[in-house]
Design a protein. Structure first.
Lengths: 118, 115
């Protein structure tokens, strides 16, 4: 079935290093991807998104790369800080309509635990 | 910061009790969602709604039910709680944009423990 999964369940880095979190997806019809950050005891927080007509998008300290050929998505965090410690989820959204109505369904991957050491 | 709220944040309850998890958003979003999440695991969609009086089952089968009488409110009810219902429940909302991509905004979640 359709799935979005992460290569590495945990990632441990030193403060100031760059972090790369990877995600593989299997649905080639997916055309919109989102990265969420979830801190302990909180709901997922939107970080950055990218549409399938792009291969790179940059935000503040974060960059998302999309490789449609191999169905791979990555999140790069520059100068990682202790406050970046959280679980990171990628999610795919296949926009378009089904029966005339789109409900923006998201499929989430398992999550990567990022730990930043001071 | 998303204006979406969930209560209670934590709930410990005995088997067989009826519970309602509340979710409210003040963004005027048409669409709302309920996800179930076990610790460290992915989110599974259990219910969603396009708007008032619209509710649909999600990908993961759930014994819970939902209602959408007002745009801003999307409560989830378990008629008879069981230990297997122990999990975190996350509510989300998004603005309908037709066929375009829609970012979902999440509430803080309710952690449910059924004894």
């Amino acid at each position: 079935g359709e799935s979005v999964g992460l290569h590495l369940p945990t990632l441990s880095v030193q403060e100031g290093d760059n972090s790369i979190i990877n995600c593989a997806y299997s649905n080639s019809a997916s055309d919109y991807f989102i990265w969420y950050k979830q801190e302990s005891g909180k709901g997922p927080q939107f970080i950055i998104d990218i549409r399938s007509n792009m291969d790179k998008r940059q935000g503040q300290r974060v960059t998302v790369l999309l490789n449609k050929t191999v169905k791979h998505l990555s999140l790069q965090i520059a100068a990682t800080q202790p406050g970046d410690s959280a679980v990171y989820f990628c999610a795919e959204n296949r926009s378009g309509s089904a029966g005339g109505t789109s409900y923006g369904k998201l499929t989430f991957g398992q999550g990567t635990i990022l730990t930043v050491h001071p | 910061e998303a204006d979406i709220y969930q209560t209670p944040r934590y709930l410990v309850i005995g088997t067989g009790k009826k519970i309602t998890l509340e979710c409210s958003q003040t963004m005027g979003h048409d669409k709302m969602y309920w996800y179930q999440q076990d610790p460290g695991m992915e989110l599974h969609l259990i219910h969603y709604s396009y708007g008032v009086n619209s509710t649909e089952k999600g990908d993961l089968s759930s014994e819970s039910t939902v209602s959408r009488i007002r745009t801003e409110h999307f409560p989830l009810t378990l008629e008879s709680a069981r230990p297997s219902h122990t999990s975190q429940y996350l509510c989300a909302s998004s603005e309908y944009q037709g066929a375009r991509e829609e970012t979902q905004y999440f509430g803080p979640g309710t952690r449910l423990l059924v004894l």
